[in-house]
Design a binder for this molecule. Structure first.
Ligand code: NAP
Length: 254
């Protein structure tokens, strides 16, 4: 990965933050996106000092198509065709049954998890295709494979991500650009805090009584896919904590 360019959306926290660390350790130069730019700059300074890689931070809300396009246009030409694009930015809001759902929460999940991923992918892919190489990593979820109580719209967005990964496999066939869909189970990040709008007590109960995945566990899957030889495509990864059998069945020692 030395001297490769890796773009990571949602790098200010959790899985995206861990991807930045893992790829920097491997010698990649990074482009980091998120809305909380201060967190990006702190991470960038650490990675540049520790691993002697270059890091470009851009404050981007992936829901905003013009912000996405402008951010790509502002990159140096060499960075507009990344070796790896990690579509990780995403979120869940609430756990209410669909008949009590909040429209604004639905819009935010759909606009971020589906439309944001599309805007970012559409903006980087043409140059990757032109170069005839690269890897798109989509962070979907086990929630896109199996429904669970209150997961409704979040699950639907992650199902859409998986279908977009499958579609890209077909659309990019013959171009040399690879696609890897990663479906994580429970990962301890800010995810549940965001879902429950800052209710840290409720968020922490999600991860009690078993060992959840860390962001790094997922990031290492992305690195594995990126470091296979060019003729090898890791199309699909499902990764869960050992304690998690299905989306809803988690063995807890409480
Ligand atoms: P996290 O710690 O909350 O991180 C989410 C990241 O996405 C943050 O960096 C956040 O940055 C960014 N983000 C959210 N909305 C954004 C927007 N509109 N524009 C740009 N960046 C945005 O959660 P995480 O667990 O690492 O989540 C990463 C991905 O993994 C998500 O797609 C999530 O659905 C998926 N996932 C998580 C789990 C889990 O159990 N944690 C399981 C399966 C899949 P800013 O707030 O600074 O913008």
């Amino acid at each position: 990965m030395k001297q490769s360019i890796v773009v990571i959306t949602g790098a200010s926290s959790g899985i995206g933050h861990a991807c930045a660390e893992v790829f920097a350790e491997a010698g990649s130069n990074l482009v980091l996106w998120a809305r909380r730019s201060e967190k990006l700059h702190i991470l960038a300074a650490e990675l540049e000092a520790q691993h002697h890689v270059s890091v470009i931070c851009q404050t981007v809300d992936v829901q905003d198509i013009s912000a996405v396009q402008q951010a790509v246009a502002e990159l140096p030409p060499s960075h507009r065709a990344p070796h790896v694009l990690i579509n990780n930015a995403g979120l869940s809001r609430g756990l209410t049954p669909l008949h009590e759902g909040v429209f604004q929460d639905w819009e935010e999940m759909i606009d971020t998890n589906i439309k944001g991923l599309l805007y970012v992918t559409r903006s980087f892919l043409p140059e990757m295709v032109q170069k005839g190489r690269g890897l798109v990593v989509n962070i979907a979820s086990i929630a896109g494979r199996q429904a669970y109580r209150g997961g409704n719209v979040y699950s639907a967005t992650k199902s859409a991500v998986k279908m977009l990964s499958d579609s890209l496999q077909i659309d990019l066939n013959g171009t040399g650009v690879r696609v890897c869909n990663i479906d994580p189970g429970l990962v301890e990040t800010e995810f549940s805090e965001v879902r429950f709008r800052g209710d840290t007590d409720r968020a922490s109960t999600v991860y009690k009584g078993y060992q959840p995945l860390s962001g790094r566990d997922v990031a290492e899957c992305a690195l594995f896919a990126a470091t296979r030889p060019p003729h090898v495509s890791i199309q699909d990864i499902l990764i869960t904590p050992t304690a998690q059998a299905t989306v809803g069945l988690v063995h807890k020692d409480l």
